[in-house]
Design a protein around this ligand. Structure first.
Ligand code: HEM
Length: 225
């Protein structure tokens, strides 16, 4: 097999970066916000969701393979692209270029938010060894505490809006870069469609924050062992 040239390697890395933003990260974000919004139905329903995740076999391996590794690659490659300053000024007009700048800014914000978010959920869960049915009461108490204070609500507001914008706008970039959206008209229409997708996801996330903030409720393990 021929060795890839520097240009080909770059091209491949850019493509993988664009793809990982949709699969698996975008898919994860969609399910994550949808799963968390079970809290708006009731705390027991939310607990059921967390129980399901935390009783999944090979959870850590699945998380490493499908979430952490792609997320790290996508983040570091994103910083590299932003650092290289590959500009769109000549390719797109003013609104698209503004959105491209916002794409970089929101990506950086999501990165910081994720350090905070995972540092206050998954990391303490692992540190205190809260597995299986022990995870839900522990995580729900953390959420209650975070959403009981204005700082927590504001951090999540910023994190959710940045992540949903970054995903929706990234979906547009992905479709253009992979040749799915070719004509100007199709690109414009898809821009509006993806805006609605982002809005719906943001609504799911913010409704969850709202519910946690207004009705904090603790639970005991569904099954104690
Ligand atoms: C309403 C807002 C949110 C709530 C209530 C929430 C809640 C949680 C909880 C409880 C966990 C720990 C899950 C477990 O270990 O069983 C978690 C993990 C995680 N969250 Fe969120 N989250 C929210 C928004 C977000 C957003 C906007 C992002 C993306 C930027 C995100 C990305 C992640 C990631 C990457 C993990 C670690 C993956 C895992 O181990 O499952 N979350 N979240």
């Amino acid at each position: 097999m021929n060795k890839l040239t520097r240009g080909e390697t770059h091209f491949l890395l850019y493509k993988i970066h664009s793809l990982t933003g949709i699969v698996p990260i975008g898919v994860f974000l969609f399910f994550h916000l949808a799963f968390n919004s079970l809290r708006t139905v009731g705390v027991r329903q939310y607990q059921f969701g967390i129980d399901l995740i935390n009783n999944t076999p090979f959870l850590l391996l699945i998380e490493i393979g499908f979430i952490y590794v792609p997320l790290l690659f996508h983040s570091f490659m994103g910083f590299y692209i932003a650092y290289k300053g590959k500009s769109n000024v000549l390719r797109y007009g003013y609104p698209r270029n503004g959105l491209y700048t916002l794409q970089r800014i929101s990506g950086a914000i999501v990165f910081v938010f994720l350090i905070y978010h995972m540092g206050t959920t998954v990391v303490p869960k692992m540190f205190y060894g809260k597995h299986a049915f022990e995870a839900a009461p522990f995580l729900i108490d953390i959420m209650n505490q975070q959403f009981g204070a204005w700082e927590g609500r504001i951090y999540y507001l910023i994190g959710i809006l940045s992540a949903t914008f970054h995903f929706a706008n990234g979906l547009w970039g992905f479709c253009v870069s992979w040749g799915i959206l070719v004509g100007k008209r199709a690109q414009q229409n898809a821009g509006w469609l993806f805006f609605l997708v982002g809005l719906a996801l943001a609504f799911l996330g913010l409704a969850t924050v709202w519910e946690f903030s207004l009705h904090p409720e603790s639970v005991t393990p569904s099954i104690s062992g």
